[in-house]
Structures are given as C-alpha cells and as structure tokens.
Design a protein around this ligand. Structure first.
Ligand SMILES: *Cc1c(COP(=O)(O)O)cnc(C)c1O
Length: 473
C-alpha cells in the first residue's frame, strides 16, 4: 500500500481514467494553454453520457420506472444540458437563468424540474407556462403557484411537495408534517388548475439507510394523497449519489497519515469537512444498492415498494453525472523555495477550484505535465521528460493563486510531485467537472473567466475541441 512518499507527505492519486490519460499524453493541452494564455477547463461529455446511461441501466435492472434530471448547478456548461436533452433526460433548475439555458439547449419544458426555496415569481410563471414540474418548498409558494395556474391557463400547474426530512429537522428546505396535510388539502381545493404528482426530498450526506427510509415515507404519503383524490404517482429522492475519486486504500492511508506539517503554514482542515473522496458505492452502484435496501419497517426492497405502489422514481443527480467529465488546467507561473518544500504560483485562482470556498480542500493529486520552459526565465532550458524524476515524490509543493490574497491557495497540502515543478509546466487537477469548476468563478483581479473546452473523440484517432457556448457569459 502506497501510504506516503520519501518526503513523508501522503499522496492521494485519482482513480485512473483512460480518456483523461489519453489527453494528458497527447499534445493538445499545452497548445490550448498557449492559445488561452490562462487556466481553462476541459469537458469530456462522453463520460456524462456513460454515467447517465448507467443510471438508467440500474433502474431497468431493478425493474423500477424512473426518470433522471441533471442538477444543473453542479456545472454551468451548456454541453451537459445538450447531452441530457439528447439522451432523453431532464434538467433540475433553480433560477430563470438555468431554466432559459436548459430550454435553449434543447430540454423540453415538461422535462424540467424546478427546485429551490421561495422561487422568484417570474420563475414560477415560466415553470407553469412550460409545464415544468415544480418542487414546492413552502405553503405560500404553493399559493403562488395556484394563483398563477388559475390565471387563464389551459394547462394545469404540475407540482411535487418537498418534504422536510424528519432526520434533518434543522434543514431550511421542505414542508413539515402539519404543513403537508394543509398543502394536500389546498391541492384538492385547487382542482383542475393543479396536478399534484407526488413528493420530493433532497438529503445531505450519502448514507443509504436514511434515503431508503425517507423514500418509503414519501410512498406512504402518495397513498394518503391518492385517498384524497390527488394523482401522487411520483417521488423524487433528489441528488446526493456519491462519486469516488480515489481508491479505498489511498483514502484510508491519507486520512491516517495527514498532519499539519503536510500543509503550507501548518494549515489544518477537519477530516470530517473533506468530501468523502472514496465511496465503496458510487454513482449507479449506489443507486442499485439503494433500490436493493429494505426501508426500516418494510420486508421488501425499495424497488419492490415502488413497484407495489406504482410510483415512479425521480432522481436529481448533479455530481454523479459529472464523474470523470472534465478537468482543470493551470500553468505554473513561478516557483518559490521554502524550508523543505516549494510554493507554486499558478495563472489562476482558487475560485476555479471551489472546494476552498467551503472551508475544505480538493484533495485528488493534480498531475504535473512538464513543458519546455522557453517563455520563462531559464529560456532555452529544455525540460526533458524524466530529467528531474526522483522516486517517491521527492518534490513537495503547495499551490497558490496569482492573486494578492494570503488565503487564496488552490492546494495548501504539500503535494508530493515525482519531478521538480518549474515555471511553464502545466498542472492538471483531475475530475473537477462536479462543483469544482465554476460555481464560484469571478473575474477577480480582472482575470478572465477560464474558458471551457469540449473534447470530442467520436470516431477519430485524435481529439477535436470546441469552446462550450456558455463560456463568455
Ligand atoms: C444540489 C441539489 C441536487 C444535486 O445534488 P448532487 O449532490 O450534486 O447530486 C439535487 N436536488 C436538489 C434539490 C439540490 O439542491
């Protein structure tokens, strides 16, 4: 088991991904870095397709009728909405901007799910007009939907009632028990203006037991609602399918080994604040396991409970659809020697690698791609592959941003690089499409927003690329 390196710093290798490896091995990334003159993200939409297809396969294998909505907040790129539309999936949106983007990239109105608290009146109006499914979060919001649905429309407003999870009573989302009863009665009173299609939840955390239990509770609620004459034939279990970024041994060894001396300025992170970078069950595997789970007080699996009740299962995965669907490329601008390690400065900011903004750090090891250092100080000094190679990661370095903020670090951890990082080399952070790329990006310091490049391998020996249409806005 590779626990630590010769310098004593733990490593966290990303799981191998052939598409990313092929790109790293080719010459395209240095060309793009040169062309854009700054950091950029590349997107691998084929991975999105694969992830989406495996979710539908998991549903089919379990004999469960289901529908998948891509949670758009996880990545702003247009290409993922396009792929969702092309593969017959929906998109989960929470703003007028996201709704407009999804419609504009081919997602039909009735394949949209609108979530989020206290939705803007304009968003509600558009949602009703386009026949989108609205996850209602509060009683006053339900009243607002009903008012709009009565506004001379021929089409009923479609709603789910979002449930406050009993195990997360402090959540600010969802309707509490008594509110649900009131909401159902108001749906009955609204008559044909409204189609009450069922219930929804979104849980934080990744445990299967509470998800299966709450899903079963929602199915019970569907029965109650049907007894009142409502349609109630669907439940949404939200997102939260985990992604595994590294293998089990590396993750365990990392958590055991890491200590303040492994970080620049002896910065400490609480282990519990890290994303669980290894999950024994991830993506479609986690869905399969969830469907095979027996909810508490039930003697059949969740799949069977759904079938018995003839309830359709809706999912809103964000991160899980984006597993391996992209990476982020920076160029090293400068290297500073410190006691026992180096401080690298790259040509971008931690806004393009969001984890820092949640008091945490994106841990999968970035890959160093050596380049001839012609444009920099030691010009003409060709960096031959293997030249600076040392066994076991003898070149630890932390990674800072090209900004004037002390705290703007992409990686506080001393990454154990196998060769000496130099100005001009590329640094590729793997598997960043889910939440890392653009949830926090701004043109801080008047730095341009990193463009997104869509990589297309279809039927060709060398990849083609284009800009994602969204990148300028
Ligand atoms: C954020 C969110 C999701 C997506 O969650 P992931 O963890 O990315 O799968 C789905 N539904 C709702 C309501 C959300 O807020």
């Amino acid at each position: 088991m590779a626990v630590t390196t010769v310098t004593g710093h733990p490593v966290l290798p990303a799981l191998p991904d052939p598409a990313t490896e092929a790109l790293l091995a080719g010459g395209l990334l240095p060309e793009l870095a040169h062309a854009f003159g700054g950091p950029f993200h590349f997107l691998l939409p084929d991975a999105f397709d694969t992830n989406l297809r495996s979710l539908y396969e998991a549903l089919a294998t379990a004999g469960v009728d289901g529908f998948v909505y891509f949670a758009k907040k996880a990545n702003k790129a247009a290409v993922f909405a396009e792929r969702a539309a092309a593969l017959g999936a929906g998109v989960d949106v929470a703003s007028v901007g996201e709704l407009r983007e999804a419609l504009g990239h081919g997602v039909r109105g009735e394949d949209l799910m609108v979530t989020g608290p206290a939705k803007d009146p304009h968003l509600l109006r558009l949602a009703v007009q386009h026949g989108a499914l609205i996850a209602v979060d509060a009683l006053d919001e339900l009243d607002a939907v009903i008012t709009r649905a009565f506004g001379g429309r021929t089409r009923p407003a479609r709603v789910l009632l979002r449930v406050l999870p009993p195990l997360q009573p402090d959540s600010r989302f969802g309707l509490a028990e008594e509110e649900l009863a009131t909401a159902m009665d108001r749906c009955v009173t609204a008559g044909d203006a409204l189609r009450m299609e069922g219930f929804s939840f979104h849980l934080s955390g990744y445990a299967l037991g509470p998800r299966a239990g709450l899903a079963a509770r929602l199915i019970d609620l569907c029965r109650t609602a049907r007894a009142k004459g409502l349609q109630a034939h669907r439940i949404s279990i939200g997102g939260g399918l985990p992604v595994s970024y590294t293998d089990a041994d590396s993750w365990r060894a990392f958590l055991e080994a890491q200590r303040p001396a492994d970080y620049h300025a002896e910065k400490t992170f609480r282990s519990g604040d890290f994303y669980p970078y290894h999950s024994p069950l991830a993506g479609a595997g986690a869905l399969t396991a969830l469907l095979a789970t027996r909810p508490e007080n039930s003697d059949t699996t969740l799949a069977q409970v759904l079938r018995n009740a003839q309830v359709q299962l809706l999912l809103e995965p964000g991160r899980a659809l984006l597993d391996r669907a992209g990476a982020t490329v920076f160029t090293i601008q400068g290297v500073k020697e410190r006691d026992g390690y180096r401080l690298l400065t790259v040509d971008g900011t931690s806004l393009s690698l969001s984890e820092q903004w949640f008091g945490s750090e994106y841990l999968p090891d970035p890959r160093l791609i050596p380049q001839p250092s012609m444009d920099f100080e030691n010009s003409g000094d060709l960096h031959e592959p293997g030249e600076c190679e040392a066994p076991g990661g003898a070149f630890p370095a932390s990674v800072g941003a090209a900004t004037c903020l002390e705290s703007d670090m992409l990686t506080w951890r001393k990454i154990a690089f196998p060769r000496r990082p130099r100005a001009g080399d590329l640094l590729v952070y793997p598997n960043t499409a889910g939440y890392q790329m653009d949830s926090n990006e701004s043109s801080f310091h008047d730095l341009p927003l990193p463009p997104k490049v869509v990589i297309d391998w279809t039927d060709r020996p060398r990849p083609r690329w284009r800009l994602d249409r969204h990148f300028t806005s």
